[in-house]
Design a protein around this ligand. Sequence first.
Ligand SMILES: [Zn+2]
Length: 341
Amino acid sequence: MSFRGRFLPGGAATMALLMFSCLGCGSGGRNSGTSTNAATVEADAKPASISPADAAPPALQTGGFDGAKAYSYVEKLVSFGPHPPDTPAIRNVQSYIRDRLKGFGCRVDVDDFHAQTPIGTLAMENIVAKIPGTGPGVILLLTHYDTLRLPGFVGAEDSGSSTGLMLEMASLLCSGQKRHNAVWIAFLDGEEAQLVENGEAQWTDADSVFGSRELAARMDLSGDLKNVKAVILADMIGQKNLHIVRESSSTKWLTDLVWKTADRLGYGNIFLNSEAATSDDHIPFIQRGAAAVDIIDLQDFTEEGYWHTTQDTLDKLSPRNIAIVGHVILASLDELQEELR
Ligand SMILES: [Zn+2]
């Protein structure tokens, strides 16, 4: 994903101004201090020790969401090493995700496709776990699982944390009761820009969110998209110093619902009411008229100098924070199931 702006007070006028003022920013807004780290720092392969403050609480305290299990999936994803699209490593990650989902009892749809990128045609794969509902409506959860094409970059936070979270979500939902709306959990390939120069991703609309664009287009064509009532994207949600602000191109009612849920659960210190714009996997769905929200903390990770560097490693993560975001998404799903009948 990339910044389109920094923290700003909310409001449609501000958002319009923000988006306008950032046209042509390219990778603009990103922290210029991060690139040197990428070239010089080796990935830390040591297993991370988790401080008591960052340990996941018992699952019962987070609505049944098991943060320790989610974190163990992140550890496994990181163990495959750097996995940008169309590499042997990402094929191992894909078979791991498919196998886990099938093991949880999920129905799994796989879409293999080819993406035209600035570095050539790349084979990519979206993996979608489908939990059927009793009605036609669909609530769609999204994460990307590819990592940035940077030597030594394992992406514990970007994209391990949200992928581990969604695997735990699938393990809970695929074995659970049928609800009114179906829940589809999409594990997307090719979120990152494929062209990386001097350690910096050259993010453009044409070179990013390949998996999300493929899924949105495919669902539009099949007619499934019109049944999608809400799209919830998680990205970079496991870092220790987690503060998630409202993403300003996200759908307002859905953002309100998630933030109200977080507040009710006592997580107002993590889900903040300031606002920033981010280009991410939710945008192709918004462009096709779906309601979508992006739950992301790009700001802190960038300011700390870890984002898109080889320092994006397991020791930067807090299983507790993964559990908190998992709890919020799980509880938001409950709210949505009630409201969207
Ligand atoms: Zn990224």
